[in-house]
Design a protein around this ligand. Structure first.
Ligand SMILES: [Ca+2]
Ligand SMILES: [Ca+2]
Length: 238
């Protein structure tokens, strides 16, 4: 099976995937909903596979608000030592579908490092807890995305590899699609025949969310490839 899917959070753009052996489509995609603060309910989501499935997986995460930080200060750090990163943000993740970090570098050469507090001591250990990096050339933005990130404490470090003048300023977008406001029900157990549409419920409970616009995500796919298809969810709480 071949599964391909595009999702862009800022523009809420997605398209159904196509593979040579068949298609697995989700309708609607993306999912948009508007509901009053404190309400709960359900939105139907239809999955259609042109190939038979041994079983279907579907799960939902959110709702959360993306973070856009502007005018952040960066200095010329020691280029040979990322642990000198002069900007570090700490993020605690629980039940997240996506953790996406986009660094707008401007004209400087800034690099992005992610650490995970695997020993849970509240201290970033650069020798043992570095889990990802993005280190493109000067003027090229840096991007890292995790799907189904493990719960726990993360650090996002911005390393000033070549910064002129020092200090300079940058923007960073952090999209953590986490939370327990969304869930999926109605997933059938057992095999699904090719070409048989399955309608699932995307259940929402907006308790605790102030009016605003929030993000969620639905992952679905064959049970052996549960994150094959990502569908972005936009929730407008009124
Ligand atoms: Ca640690
Ligand atoms: Ca860079």
């Amino acid at each position: 099976m071949l599964a391909v899917h595009n999702v862009r959070y800022d523009d809420a753009f997605a398209e159904p995937m196509t593979g040579r052996v068949g298609t697995f489509t989700v309708t609607p995609s993306p999912i948009s909903m508007t509901a009053p603060a404190g309400s709960s309910g359900s939105v139907p989501v239809t999955v259609l596979s042109t190939f038979g499935l041994a079983g279907l997986s579907a799960m939902a995460f959110g709702a959360s608000e993306p973070q856009h930080l502007t005018g952040q200060t960066i200095f010329q750090d020691d280029p040979g030592d990322p642990s000198t990163s002069s900007w570090v943000g700490e993020y605690n993740i629980a039940h997240a579908g996506i953790f996406d970090i986009f660094l707008h570098v401007g004209s400087n050469d800034l690099d992005l490092y992610i650490l995970y507090d695997s020993n849970n001591d509240g201290v970033p250990d650069w020798d043992t807890e570095r889990i990802a990096s993005s280190t493109a050339s000067a003027g090229i933005d840096e991007h890292i995305q995790f799907v189904l990130p493990q719960d726990g404490r993360y650090w996002v470090a911005v390393h000033g590899w070549a910064v002129t003048p020092s200090p300079s300023f940058f923007d960073i977008d952090t999209t953590m699609v986490d939370g327990f406001n969304l869930s999926i029900s109605g997933v059938p157990t057992g095999p699904i025949l090719a070409g048989t549409p399955v309608t699932l419920n995307l259940d929402y409970n907006l308790a605790g969310l102030a009016p605003g616009t929030y993000l969620g995500v639905v992952f679905t796919g064959p049970q052996e490839a549960p994150t094959s298809v990502q569908v972005s969810v936009e929730i407008v709480v009124t």
